[in-house]
Ligand binder design. Structure first.
Ligand SMILES: Nc1nc2c(ncn2[C@@H]2O[C@H](COP(=O)(O)OP(=O)(O)OP(=O)(O)O)[C@@H](O)[C@H]2O)c(=O)[nH]1
Ligand SMILES: [Mg+2]
Length: 454
């Protein structure tokens, strides 16, 4: 891991001590060791120097202190020895765990968890008003149940400014700052509902914008993938633009959309999105709903995988899980196996390519394979026709004519409740028809009488 030299204007980097727990019978995507390596990278991105780590295997978390009392003593000694200012748990701590651990470890050290760290990075990286609203909401949702007297000793250091205190607060303090922490929970709840209302407005605006884009019939491709996989680099390569790229986790928070000319002269809109990570905090998934909706509404997903990463397959599994939670699993996927230039043996990518459907090995940095990738995307969007069977209510007149215009219709049956259509449509339209698909084992056409119930 590369350590950045602190800029003279920045406060000195604080020392952090990591704690990881392996719970028996809990299915995790990364091993404890790999998850801690990732936590170290998160800490580094957030501006902390990791000075040590402690692990424990448990049947279940200790009721009071998450780790056992003996481990707490051990941790306390290690924290003193290494003069750490921050202790970071790899899992989300309940408010009680956090309180008890804080009491046990004393006032000279702050107890944080992975979620607080990710929220902190998001707070540093949010730049648009929407991103900032989303982060602020996530932070309040997270901190509200954790607001107790023990926070008071942090107030001196805490920054303010709507969750974006920059260099004035330490990690985990770039949260709702001192003024916010002092106000009572009722005021925070009020702010939460205000934020939700504002985000609702943003969402309505996005929906109108998306409807407009749909009418323009230019298909959208959402770049998705684990954080740091190279999504922004790829978008830049494809569009020759300069979207922010950094060897940091969560460099991109706000979606950027660019129009791209595909090899055959066809067009597509490519959207860069926020990276995923295993154990993505639920408060974030909820707050970033509007952003994630962009993904769920795309016509095609371009899954960027960092093939040079030792955990490439696990990371891709984590991405799959997040896609499931935001209900995007029905969208066709093309996979870009990125950073092949970093592989010592490029042939080794060949087996991995086989384990993904429609995968192309590329280097977003030097451009290897990018042309082939665009070709596959074009085929997927415009040239590959997939068989579908749908039952469309008559109100969906636009979709009915779209099927006729852009698809290959094999059978049409008019019922009382709608029209049953069977045939093939190009990949770019599959997502639009998804809610109306008739299950495979369904016998069609049916008695017209039954359709009246639709
Ligand atoms: N060697 C090599 N490095 C790459 C390649 N693609 C991206 N990178 C590097 O990987 C790092 C992350 O790239 P980004 O494009 O910011 O990744 P991202 O997926 O947008 O990351 P987030 O926005 O943080 O989710 C940067 O340091 C890039 O220069 C590649 O093909 N080869
Ligand atoms: Mg990015």
């Amino acid at each position: 891991m590369t350590k950045k030299t602190p800029q003279p204007t920045n406060p000195p980097r604080e020392k952090a001590f990591l704690v990881g727990v392996e719970l028996f019978q809990q299915k995790t995507i990364l091993s404890l060791e790999d998850s801690l390596t990732e936590l170290e990278l998160l800490s580094d991105t957030s501006g902390l120097d990791v000075v040590g780590e402690l692990t424990q295997k448990l049947d279940r978390p200790h009721v009071k202190t998450y780790i056992g009392p003996g481990k707490v003593d051990e941790l306390k000694a290690l924290v003193e020895e290494t003069q750490s200012q921050v202790v970071i748990f790899d899992d989300e701590l309940s408010p009680r765990h956090q309180r008890e651990l804080q009491l046990a470890l004393g006032k000279n050290v702050r107890v944080l968890d992975r979620t607080a760290l990710i929220l902190d990075i998001f707070a540093q990286h949010a730049h648009t008003s929407e991103g900032m609203l989303q982060v602020e909401l996530a932070q309040y949702e997270y901190y509200l149940p954790r607001l107790t007297g023990q926070w008071t000793h942090l107030e001196r250091q805490a920054g303010g400014g709507g969750g974006r205190a920059g260099s004035t607060g330490g990690v985990g303090l770039r949260g709702p700052g001192e003024t916010q922490l002092e106000v009572d929970k009722r005021a925070i709840r009020k702010r939460i509902s205000q934020l939700k209302k504002e985000l609702e407005k943003v969402r309505a605006h996005r929906m109108r914008y998306r409807a407009q884009r749909k009418r323009s019939r230019i298909p959208t491709v959402a770049l998705v993938g684990y954080t740091n996989a190279g999504k922004s680099t790829l978008l830049n390569k494809i569009t020759r633009s300069d979207v922010y790229v950094a060897d940091q986790l969560f460099a991109t928070l706000d979606p950027t959309t660019r129009r791209v000319e595909l090899p055959g002269g066809y067009q597509a809109l490519f959207t860069d999105t926020v990276g995923f990570i295993q154990k993505l905090p639920t408060t974030l998934v909820e707050s970033f709903h509007a952003t994630l909706e962009e993904i769920a509404e795309a016509d095609l997903l371009l899954h960027v995988v960092d093939i040079s990463h030792p955990n490439a397959l696990n990371q891709s599994e984590a991405v799959q899980e997040t896609l499931d939670t935001i209900e995007a699993h029905h969208i066709p996927v093309v996979t870009a196996l990125n950073k092949v230039d970093r592989l010592r043996d490029p042939e080794s990518a060949r087996d991995v390519v086989k384990s993904f459907s429609k995968a192309v090995a590329i280097s977003a940095l030097d451009g290897t394979g990018v042309k082939d990738l665009l070709q596959v995307i074009q085929e997927e969007l415009y040239e590959t026709y997939t068989p579908i069977r749908v039952r469309l209510p008559y109100q969906q007149g636009a979709l009915i004519s779209l099927f006729h215009e852009a698809g290959q219709v094999e059978l049409v049956e008019h019922g009382r409740g709608g029209v049953y259509m069977q045939g093939r449509v190009p990949g770019r339209l599959l997502a639009q028809f998804d809610s109306w698909q008739v299950p495979n084992n369904h016998q069609e056409p049916e008695e017209p009488e039954e359709e009246a119930e639709l």
